[in-house]
Ligand binder design. Sequence first.
Ligand SMILES: [Zn+2]
Ligand SMILES: [Zn+2]
Length: 127
Amino acid sequence: MPLPLDIRKKPIDVKVHISTGAGVDITWSDAHVSHYDFPYLREHCPCATCKETHEGHTKVEAKTAGSSVLPMFKPKIAARAASTVGTYAVQIEFTDGHSTGIYSFDHLREICPCEACAREFRPVQTG
Ligand SMILES: [Zn+2]
Ligand SMILES: [Zn+2]
């Protein structure tokens, strides 16, 4: 059902707050405003490597096994740099050195953490 030119997935304003580490704010054509934290974006990185990791947990799991007594302190991930890719995406370089993730606005609207978008774009399939 989604048409290729869904205005809900067209940003009219994109702000990446690198120096404050506040994350990314996007205002969409339908006046909706989305806010993303950098750790959230890092988790939802759409690149092939991360997708593989999301799907095949085994690699990561094996590494952390045995150190499960206390959760390890992880420094909060932020962004080192960001740039737009044409008119359709934004690329973010994270402080953990990862920079291959290209976040298309399509993808970003779909992962908008707000409830309305969750209902709209990520319908929960219950029972
Ligand atoms: Zn990635
Ligand atoms: Zn939203």
